[in-house]
Ligand binder design. Sequence first.
Ligand code: BDR
Ligand code: CA
Length: 309
Amino acid sequence: KPQLLIDTDPGVDDALAILMAHAHADIVALSIAAGNVGLGHTVRNGRTLMDLVDAKVPVFAGCPSPLVRAPDEDAAFVHGTDGFGDIGFPEPRTPAEQEQAALALLRLTRERPGELTLVALAPLTNLALALRLDPTLPQRVKRLVVMGGAVTGHGNTGNIPAEFNIGFDPEAAHVVFESFPHFDLVDWEATLRHAFDEDEFDGWLAAGDKRATFFGQVFRTARAFNTANERRGIIAADALAMAVAIDPTVITRSEDRHVAIELDGRLTRGATVVDWARRLKQPANARIVLDVDQDRFKAMVRRALGAEG
Ligand code: BDR
Ligand code: CA
């Protein structure tokens, strides 16, 4: 079973991804970022999830803001003001640890060098801080999987080509993309290609256990947003990245390329600039995941909701 360090800003699709991780892998720790909503909410949501699955997993709070510039937008309009659909869950039992997330990432990878897969489902602030403190971090990580970017410019933020996780903290993304020699990149456009059929997904929610009930609740606000914005099908960016983290053999099509982050740009700050034509003779830092085996992805999600068979 893969051993996962999950950096996350839960968040509805983060929740589904974490349920997948719980069902198919060992979660070593949650490192919590600000992003979809503020850090107070995302930490609490991470703790709520660990309560739900009765997991004894440490939850580390990270950096409450991007490295340099205040973000233009959060994603409360998709995920609800508390990030979990404003259901009003009770105070979770799972504690938040005292150690700063970036420090915890460094410590845990020192304790288990080469064993841990880092899965980044949020703005990359915590990872960037950890990398600046200790640039040897990549040598101790088995793999890094990043949900982020829009590799042909079809983003999902007010900066048209920028995807949310990158656009929220472009400087942090820059540090990570420059520092990690090679990582798997699951972008927003791949997410759109791997949506689930709505009726099929509703069947899983109906057939599942308490995890499905929970997800059905937190998902309601995001779903209404998607419907209002004519987004087709059930899209879950972080779940797709998690499938790749759990089992890279689900990848059916990928391209290795150098990817850099636009930090300036009047209209393009936060864009992932892919050297598709290999003009720059730089080594490829990213394996860009273009397609995965959809049936295997679906099976992973079904099991995570307790809706197998
Ligand atoms: C990413 O942004 C967040 O809103 C989601 O949780 C996901 O990590 C998609 O652009
Ligand atoms: Ca996320």
